[in-house]
Ligand binder design. Structure first.
Ligand code: SF4
Ligand code: SF4
Ligand code: SF4
Length: 391
């Protein structure tokens, strides 16, 4: 198979990929604030009750929320690949996060006859989507998770420090990657990325023959095999809603208000020119949200505000070298940033542009119509004692 060089700005370098670089005009993207998720699974059920309630889809959860470090759907999905991929090496450089990835991506680590490094989960690994729910791990406060490296920590608790005992929730959907592994793996060319509109990655259900090569190569294990129809399916980014300017079901349903979805520019330099777009602003300008396992090399488009209380070494492995800056920005919030974060779940319409004015965050749609106006600092109102529950 021919190998092309494509740009991967998350890695700070070009990388091998089986197809030419093809970036969409606009890219479906989302920011998830891990610090606020309560693992209520409303997002999970919103997706399930919309798209995967039919025969053959019983074990299919296009959106899932798992407890890290032990939880996973399918079980061990990330551990297994990290072991196969080898060291997660970053060197100082001119990349977006001040680093260049010097390890191998899943495409570059491929054996000669394969497109990339992957594996097919066993059936039993799909059966317990919320295994190890709320199960913490414990870490020596003086040492890292592997008990070998000192960490920046105030020790056990306290604001700004990593906790001795910890877990966190990881919200997962298909990343609608810029260089999708599922698409690269498909021998039927049944998977495509929408170039003209939103970069959403879809499986053509008529072309798919159920070879499961996408299931094998997707590093995030988000294509799933339907035992009844014998073809593969995956998150469709709720494209019928997105086409109408409405956010996806799992986003709009989020109880913890941790999710904001939109359409961003695909390259950082274009995003910086369009900084009033909330996705561009959070991901590219303020760098408060970072990609999940960027070292895999697919340039995923779901971004995370990392959790503040977790040991840095674990976060570094999971989110790459952008975590230091992301945490610093999150812990030193200014009015503009707080305003954009206040827009999370203020409307189910996609916010194309924001403006901060007189203590208000204002969101506009793609036609520049005002969608929503929210106060940044909400006034505190003390009720007079005549109300029976105030004294
Ligand atoms: S609905 Fe929101 S708060 Fe609840 S589990 Fe999903 S992402 Fe977390
Ligand atoms: S997350 Fe997996 S299924 Fe989704 S686009 Fe990326 S490689 Fe494909
Ligand atoms: S974007 Fe839509 S299809 Fe994808 S996980 Fe969320 S609700 Fe499900």
């Amino acid at each position: 198979m021919a190998i092309e060089k494509v740009r991967n700005w998350q890695l700070g370098r070009d990388m091998d990929y089986p197809y030419e670089e093809a970036r969409p005009k606009k890219q479906y993207a989302a920011v998830f604030n891990i610090n606020k998720c309560i693992a209520c699974q409303t997002c999970t059920m919103a997706c399930k009750s919309t798209w995967t309630y039919s025969k053959g889809q019983e074990h299919m959860w296009w959106n899932n929320v798992e407890t890290k470090p032990y939880g996973g759907y399918p079980q061990f999905w990330d551990h297994k690949l990290l072991e196969k991929l080898g060291p997660n090496k970053w060197s100082p450089g001119t990349g977006h996060y001040g680093s260049v990835y010097s390890g191998k991506t899943i495409f570059e680590a491929a054996p000669l006859t394969e497109v990339g490094v992957g594996y097919l989960p066993e059936d039993k690994e799909w059966q317990s989507p919320n295994i190890y729910e709320d199960t913490p791990t414990s870490t020596n406060p003086e040492k890292g998770p592997d008990n070998s490296v000192d960490l920046e920590t105030t020790g056990g608790g306290g604001r700004g420090g990593a906790h001795t005992t910890w877990f966190f929730y990881l919200q997962r959907i298909c990343n609608h990657c810029t260089h999708p592994a599922c698409l690269a793996a498909c021998p039927r060319k049944a998977i495509y990325k929408r170039q003209d509109s939103d970069g959403i990655v879809l499986i053509d259900q008529k072309r798919c023959r159920g070879y499961r090569k996408c299931v094998e190569l997707c590093p995030y294990k988000k294509p799933m095999y339907n035992l009844a129809t014998r073809i593969s399916e995956k998150c469709i980014a709720c494209y019928p809603r997105v086409e109408q300017g409405i956010e996806a079901r799992c986003m709009a349903a989020c109880v913890g208000k941790i999710r904001l979805q939109g359409l961003k520019n695909s390259l950082p330099e274009d995003a910086e020119q369009n900084a009033e777009n909330p996705m561009n602003y959070l991901i590219h300008v303020r760098k408060i949200a970072v990609p999940l396992y960027p070292q895999y090399g697919t340039e995923p488009n779901i971004y995370y505000i990392p959790p503040r209380w977790i040991h840095k070494k674990f976060l570094y492995q999971m989110f790459g070298p952008g975590i230091d800056e992301a945490l610093k920005v999150y812990e030193n919030m200014d009015e503009e940033l707080l305003g954009v974060l206040s827009l999370f779940r203020s409307t189910r319409k996609i916010i194309e542009r924001f403006n901060i004015n007189s203590n208000q965050a204002i969101g506009y749609d793609a036609k520049d119509h005002e969608l929503i106006r929210v106060p940044i600092d909400e006034p505190v109102i003390v009720r007079p004692p005549r109300y029976h529950n105030t004294s």
